[in-house]
Design a protein around this ligand. Structure first.
Ligand SMILES: *Cc1c(COP(=O)(O)O)cnc(C)c1O
Length: 488
């Protein structure tokens, strides 16, 4: 017993000493670090201050010192490590200052093949649209000024006229207003037209759309009550009709977006829904989501109707996004009868949800391209329309360009998707470079490509990196080749 206790005591004492020792070591290591004030007197740091300014350099110095301190406390830096860190301090501070003062939001090369990739900023904008944006936004504009009368104007007019032309073929007069995004469009439309009343929606359409847009939740926030009809897979026209009461304000149809039902399903056509609505004097609201002004059947992708189709069917109000199939800036569009759209426009929420001159100018340029049938001026559509043979030629050229240094690069057929919840099961034939590296896993390879400048974002399939050319702009081919060559 006594012996054991003695052992324990010695062992315990040693433990205390060891702990004391490391604490002392750490304190000593921390003491070796120069102070911020001390560092600011170093010549290298003084010249950095002269270039980048005192406050940025002080901030970066604090960040770098805090990082080293943390590593000392976590015991990931020993004495040699600390000496090394101190000798590299001025470079580290310079790098940190550079990182702090550079853009976080930057362009990337989308080699995923997903045309409307929500994480990569959805629809790219054309240089012509950007030129218009810079013309309007770099100075003053007639955003809310009528140049004829010299009086106050409305920002809506700039795009409403173009939408009216594009949707005028339906033989009805159509007005369009713009809000921040489609979620906002649905919110303000429901709030204006159905607050305090009921909105009839099919159970099969109560979906969650990417980025947690849930119809029932938006409905609750709008102050309208959801009246679900039908079952998940089947809803008949009579289900809507039987649910109409004096509390009913709207019949609503929601595009299922990135979700499709097959098999034993039923849904009344838009025409039938409109017929029921008009019979009972209840307006029909359709949340289309993707907002096509271009017929996707022209690129052999089915299952997506256009906004004109909805207006033709007699829907009273349609809501859709600006940066999905429309191919413009982020926006929410509300098109419909003059009377209902004017009512929505008068809602005080409009003031909170309206968009600025950057969006109006980008949207105006996009819609003008549609009016002129100039689809090549809308990048998302241009990418969809590129023939697969052209993608194959470009893929082969990149393959040849990198073959001097890189083996294991194959040109393969691929399938790209539209994305953004549009035509979820439709694919476009595409061509990709498939790469397997001898020295890295496909995930590691993908990570290295993301670290390139500009970053290249790829798809990984069957432990191979796929660079899908459907979403790579031709002028980026050389950058892709260089990114590959720099990795080898
Ligand atoms: C994408 C989508 C939304 C949300 O649109 P945002 O522009 O992202 O706000 C709403 N409804 C449907 C049907 C959609 O597809």
């Amino acid at each position: 017993m006594g012996y054991r206790r003695g052992t324990w005591t010695i062992h315990g004492l040693r433990r205390i000493l060891v702990t004391l020792g490391t604490t002392t070591d750490k304190t000593e290591l921390l003491r070796k670090l120069p102070s911020v004030d001390g560092l600011l007197r170093w010549p290298a740091i003084q010249s950095l201050v002269a270039r980048e300014g005192q406050s940025a350099v002080v901030e970066a110095t604090r960040t770098v010192l805090a990082r080293i301190r943390e590593e000392i406390l976590a015991a990931t830096l020993d004495k040699t490590g600390v000496d090394l860190a101190i000798s590299g301090l001025s470079e580290a501070i310079e790098r940190q200052t550079g990182a702090d003062l550079s853009y976080s939001l930057r362009g990337v090369i989308n080699a995923t093949g997903v045309i409307l990739h929500t994480n990569l900023g959805r629809a790219p904008l054309d240089v012509r649209a950007l030129h218009h944006v810079s013309q309007v936004a770099a100075g003053y504009s007639n955003l809310e000024f009528d140049l004829d009368s010299g009086e106050r104007g409305k920002r809506d007019v700039h795009v409403d006229r173009l939408f009216a032309r594009l949707l005028g073929d339906a033989g009805r007069e159509v007005s369009t207003i713009v809000v921040n995004n489609n979620a906002a469009a649905v919110l303000i439309a429901l709030n204006t037209l159905a607050e305090g009343g009921e909105v009839i929606v099919s159970r099969g359409e109560l979906v969650e759309i990417g980025g947690s847009f849930r119809v029932p939740e938006v409905m609750a926030k709008s102050g309208a009550t959801l009246r679900e009809v039908g079952t998940t897979n089947r809803t008949r026209a009579a289900d809507y009709e039987n649910a109409i009461t004096e509390k009913t304000r709207l019949l609503m149809r929601v595009h299922r977006s990135n979700f499709e039902m097959v098999g034993f399903t039923e849904q009344p056509s838009l025409d039938e829904l409109v017929e029921i609505g008009h019979k009972h004097r209840v307006p029909v609201l359709e949340d289309v989501g993707s907002g096509a002004f271009f017929d996707l059947r022209d690129v052999n992708a089915n299952g997506e109707t256009t906004i004109l189709d909805s207006i033709r069917a007699g829907v009273d109000v349609v809501t859709y996004s600006g940066d999905k199939l429309l191919g413009g800036p982020q926006a929410g569009l509300i098109s419909g009868t003059r009377e209902l759209v004017a009512k929505i426009r008068k809602n005080p929420l409009f003031r909170a949800l309206r968009v600025d001159k950057l969006i109006y100018s980008a949207l105006e340029a996009t819609m003008l391209a549609y009016v002129k049938h100039d689809y090549d001026a809308i990048p998302a559509i241009r990418l969809m329309r590129t023939p697969a043979e052209e993608l194959a030629r470009r893929a082969e050229a990149i393959q040849v360009r990198v073959s001097v240094a890189l083996t294991g690069v194959e040109v393969v057929n691929s399938e790209s998707v539209i994305g953004g919840g549009a035509a979820p099961t439709a694919t476009l034939p595409s061509v990709a470079l498939a790469i397997s590296s001898a020295s890295m896993s496909a995930d590691e390879f993908a990570e290295c490509l993301r670290r390139s400048d500009p970053p290249v974002v790829v798809r990984v399939e069957n432990d191979r990196v796929l660079i899908d050319l459907r979403t790579v702009f031709p002028e980026q081919d050389e950058l892709v080749a260089r990114a590959l060559l720099s990795l080898k």
